[in-house]
Design a protein around this ligand. Structure first.
Ligand code: ZN
Length: 138
């Protein structure tokens, strides 16, 4: 999560939302990224998607079964879909979605996974929550 926070800071320093993500497979970081929506002018370039793209480019694979995605904020619905498609097996989250930072009602990423029968994705919450939420708020 420390590396994901570094990514969040990198994104923030460039003028993007302060959210970062890292992909770990076999105890190796194979992808990392941060939100570049503002600087790239691409609404789909959330941190999770950026990290998955980076992992695909660096590893040459597109199936991340058995891998872990660390992200500083709870993934949105789009990123939840990307996680499902990628095969990522474990999601480790920092900050939690709340309605003051978005407009998705009582959304939780676990609910998105259940909608597509992916209750086998392990979701770990509560890792460095304050650090991850503070960098978004500052
Ligand atoms: Zn997203």
């Amino acid at each position: 999560m420390t590396i994901a926070l570094e990514e969040a800071k990198n994104g923030k320093d460039k003028g993007n939302a302060a959210i970062g993500s890292v992909i770990v497979c076999d105890n190796q970081v194979i992808g990392r990224g941060h939100n570049v929506v503002t600087t790239d002018g691409d609404i789909t370039m959330h941190a999770e998607v950026a990290a998955l793209r980076n992992a695909s480019l660096t590893s040459g694979v597109s199936d991340f079964t058995g891998c872990i995605l660390y992200t500083t904020m709870e993934p949105c619905m789009m990123c939840a879909g990307a996680i499902v498609v990628s095969g990522v097996t474990t999601l480790v989250m920092g900050g939690n979605y709340n309605s003051s930072i978005g407009s998705y009602g009582d959304y939780e990423v676990n609910k998105a996974f259940l909608l597509v029968d992916r209750n086998n994705i392990t979701v770990i919450r509560g890792v460095m929550v304050k650090e991850c939420e503070d960098i978004v708020a500052s």
